[in-house]
Design a protein around this ligand. Sequence first.
Ligand SMILES: *Cc1c(COP(=O)(O)O)cnc(C)c1O
Length: 395
Amino acid sequence: MKIYADNAATTKMSRTAIEAMLRPMEEEYGNPSSLYVLGQRAKEIIEEARARIAAVIGAEPREILFTSGGSEADNQAILSAAALGIRDGKRHIISTAFEHHAVLHTLKKLENEGFEITLLDVHSDGIVRPDQVREAIRDDTCLVTIMYANNEIGTIQPIREIGEICRAKGVLFHTDAVQAVGHLPIDVKAQNIDLLSASAHKFHGPKGIGFLYARRGVRLTNLIEGGAQERGKRAGTENTPAIAGMAAALCEVAGKIEENAAHLIPLRDRLIAGLLEISHSALNGDPEKRLPGNVNFCFEGIEGESLLLLLDDRGICASSGSACTSGSLDPSHVLLAIGRIHDVAHGSLRLSLGEEATEEEVDYLIQNVKEVVAYLRGFSPVWRDLQSGKKDFIL
Ligand SMILES: *Cc1c(COP(=O)(O)O)cnc(C)c1O
């Protein structure tokens, strides 16, 4: 059996999205800035996509700016808010310790430029409390940026409440909603969101395209200089096929959010229950306030990388929080942020189910993870020390 259980990393493009891209590639390939009909037709495709995307999140079309993906949208949102902060003499930004690197590294850059960054601790259940935000806001705070749903542990944040606090204090609120758009209902107005990032390849659209929602009145700084595309805020000839594919993918999934959740939640919970049968294992993040397809576990006494490779041999695509870079093993900053210690964080596994997942596949996942964990523990020196009592179990 082949199972793709890494939908949080990227998703397979939907047929609807692929088909929506064909006409702008084969027939309506004009430059949207050109005045002849072929160009104007491409322009129409883009504006129609903008309107459809805006409608899905309760925005106005002019509040949607196309970007090359989630990372660019995060960079532009944060750097724009920082520029407004400089104008107003405010150089303090609040975020959390478990954001995506597109946010964390942008904040690091601002810190080097004289900004003060407060990274809130995340509760052990993977959820930031609105009161933490309220207490951290100062007179010189120009931005609060907190992700909508975490990409590793799937926990969903109290966005509306955080937005309400920011709005009352007159502080801009950005949310990296890359994992949420197309998977959870979003209404930027009701949720008091000023800036929101999204990426098409996380909801069955093409890679290399995304969007930034910026509430009317929030002035954006452009990252790329050149032509006057995107109201002068993002130069470069628009990727018409990708924009059309993104809109088609989003409209399709947005119409099925409840249906997909109703299908996925029981499968997710079955997977969680099955993996909890493994001794000295633990679920990461709140069991309920999490994305419908997200399961993230720690298994004591093993390394995530070995687990992934052996699962790959069995046809399973999964992910581990830890990234193996140039020989040094860094455990996931997300797992460390929720209080997992290094040793435990190393043995992590993320399984992110797609909408087409079946019960049979979930059972295959449970069976194989159980076997591979047992196999790896069989020759793990750490496991031997835990077994003999030389080291204490944590989970
Ligand atoms: C995938 C992801 C991003 C990056 O999006 P790209 O389109 O790949 O640049 C940013 N934030 C989160 C939470 C993500 O999951």
